[in-house]
Design a protein around this ligand. Structure first.
Ligand code: BJW
Ligand code: ZN
Length: 246
């Protein structure tokens, strides 16, 4: 049993949090786990669809081979997400935008929960399940919860696919470059709820650390980035994050 106490947070981190003006946060699937969103790796509750692991169904090969099956998987995920709410970790990060002079929230998540919690200008490195994109001209279409999703591009008649970044695909133009610039300039960097296995996202805390930032990880488990971090807060994001600003 883990008892969360505010003395989990070091005086050093509290001091840096109080005085930092440029802060960058990188989040991953773990931040949404307490909202009921399955993570991708580990933890027992991992994403599998009709017996297929997520890296098979969420692959560029599957988009080419069987786009309707891919849509079925994403339609299912949106139907689940529609019933879920942001948790205290999402809300705490939304609040941090007003605490620091320059606050950058970079997420690998495609679930839209940071926006739902009120965060603005979120850098969504891996896209969003709430958008579709034309396979021919790349025009992007919003998917409104509860409404029928568009399936054909009105501009060119091309098929639409989920606007998410699958393995081996390029990240949205400019998104990583802006995030990397902010990582280079930040004084304090938080890495929250990510297994830190997927690049280039996992490279952001490395950039921040190399440029002199204090790097803090929030995760119930250790990751390949833990050793690089100045501080590791072992616990759930929804329990740990609200303690940091106390
Ligand atoms: C909690 C918690 C709680 C639980 N609180 N925490 C350099 C080296 C090697 C390989 C590469 C490299 N650079 C690029 C690559 C290739 C590849 C890659 O990284 N492969 C590695 C796996 C080896 N990267 C790419 O292909 C990327 N594209 C790219 O680089 O383009 C340029 C290029 C193109 C072509 C050729 C060469 C270069 C694209 C990556 C796209 C990732 N897409 C996915 C799927 C999205 C669609 C979908 O949703 O279906 O994105 S994969 C999946 O992993 C998803 C996630 O965003 C991503 C990261 O996962 P995340 O968020 O870390 O989640 P988990 O589940 O792994 O971890 C959860 C964590 O939470 C755990 O640690 C738990 O402990 C923790 N947790 N409860 C806090 N309550
Ligand atoms: Zn089009």
């Amino acid at each position: 049993m883990q008892i969360m106490q505010s003395d989990l947070i070091s005086a050093e981190l509290r001091n840096r949090f109080k005085h930092a003006s440029r802060v960058l946060v990188l989040t991953g699937a773990g931040i949404s786990a307490e909202s009921g969103v399955p993570t991708f790796r580990g933890g027992g509750n991992t994403a599998v669809w009709k017996g297929m692991p997520f890296d098979v169904i969420s692959s560029a090969t599957m988009v080419e081979r069987d786009l309707p099956a891919v849509w079925e998987w994403f339609d299912y995920r949106r139907s689940l997400l529609q019933k879920l709410q942001p948790n205290p970790a999402h809300y705490e990060l939304a609040r941090w935008a007003d605490v620091f002079q320059e606050f950058t929230l970079v997420t690998q998540n495609v679930d839209g929960l940071h926006r739902a919690a009120g965060s603005r200008d979120v850098i969504e490195l891996h896209g969003s399940v709430w958008r579709a994109r034309c396979v021919s001209c790349r025009t992007s279409y919003e998917i409104i919860p509860g409404e029928r999703r568009p399936d054909v591009c009105v501009g060119c008649g091309g098929s639409l696919r989920p606007d998410v970044v699958l393995f081996g695909e390029m990240l949205p133009s400019g998104a990583f470059e802006i995030a990397a610039e902010r990582a280079q300039a930040c004084q304090l960097c938080f890495v929250i709820g990510t297994s830190a296995l997927v690049y280039p996202a996992a490279g952001l805390p490395e950039i921040a650390k190399a440029a002199g930032a204090y790097v803090c990880e929030v995760n119930p488990e250790f990751t390949p980035l833990s050793a690089l971090c100045d501080e590791v807060l072992t616990g759930k994001a929804g329990e740990v994050l609200p303690l940091i600003s106390q």
